[in-house]
Design a protein around this ligand. Structure first.
Ligand SMILES: Nc1ncnc2c1ncn2[C@@H]1O[C@H](COP(=O)(O)OP(=O)(O)O)[C@@H](O)[C@H]1O
Ligand SMILES: [Mg+2]
Length: 207
């Protein structure tokens, strides 16, 4: 008996093939916000002298619980959504189906921090997962890479949603790339009805 034993870098090579460019990566994250029944997604470019540029995508959707991150977000090609057509409260027809949003994060930069606030069966829970994607360029076997998720109880707020911050960006984000991003966000004509609002905000003030 033998098994396939993928090296960690398979995650990056597959991801880079599936995501055509950094603009497409951001579009995938915005689609995930839409699928989570958010009323908005905000895409913000930030700059600080110590950390350089980063991209933050924030939404107010239903978020993911700790268990959902572990069993779903961290399981590429999982089939939970493969035959699902409608969002959680059947409000929207899902845009995501191929499970490539996870790779979008690694396409954008080397470091990501995703914080998700979601309601589990009893209370509001916050989970954060930090990923240093350069670990996935190393010789290691995929199964040997361990990721930490920090879990907490949220008291005093009922709001849910996801924030993904990606830093050590892989692209320079030239004027041309930003223009293409604006165009693609505009073109992302999401199928919304009059009672279902979804707004996309883009903040590039730091440039
Ligand atoms: N912003 C988000 N809010 C809530 N859940 C999310 C968000 N982004 C990703 N997810 C969850 O992670 C799963 C994996 O995302 P993704 O890789 O983009 O695949 P999919 O094709 O299912 O959208 C989604 O099916 C969804 O359950
Ligand atoms: Mg998706």
């Amino acid at each position: 008996m033998a098994k396939l034993k993928p090296r960690a870098r398979i995650i990056r090579t597959v991801g880079d093939q599936l995501i055509s460019g950094p603009e497409a990566a951001i579009i995938e994250l915005v689609k995930n916000s839409y699928d989570a029944e958010a009323t908005y997604a905000e895409v913000k470019f930030k700059y600080s002298v110590s950390e350089g540029f980063s991209i933050v995508v924030t939404d107010d959707g239903h978020g993911m619980t700790y268990n959902e991150i572990v069993n779903n977000w961290l399981e590429p090609a999982t089939d939970v959504k493969a035959d699902k057509q409608w969002s959680r409260n059947a409000r929207r027809r899902l845009l995501g189906a191929k499970g490539i949003g996870r790779f979008a994060v690694s396409r954008l930069g080397e470091i990501s921090l995703m914080t998700s606030i979601a309601k589990n069966d009893e209370y509001i829970e916050s989970s954060s997962i930090y990923i240093d994607w350069s670990l996935f360029s190393a010789e290691k076997y995929l199964e040997d890479i361990e990721l930490d998720i920090v879990k907490d109880v949220v008291v005093g707020s009922e709001s849910t949603g996801v924030e993904v911050e990606v830093s050590q960006l892989r692209d320079n984000w030239s004027k041309k790339q930003l223009e293409r991003l604006i165009l693609e966000l505009r073109r992302l004509s999401l199928p919304r009805s009059s009672e279902d609002k979804f707004s996309i905000f883009l903040d590039i003030d730091c440039f």
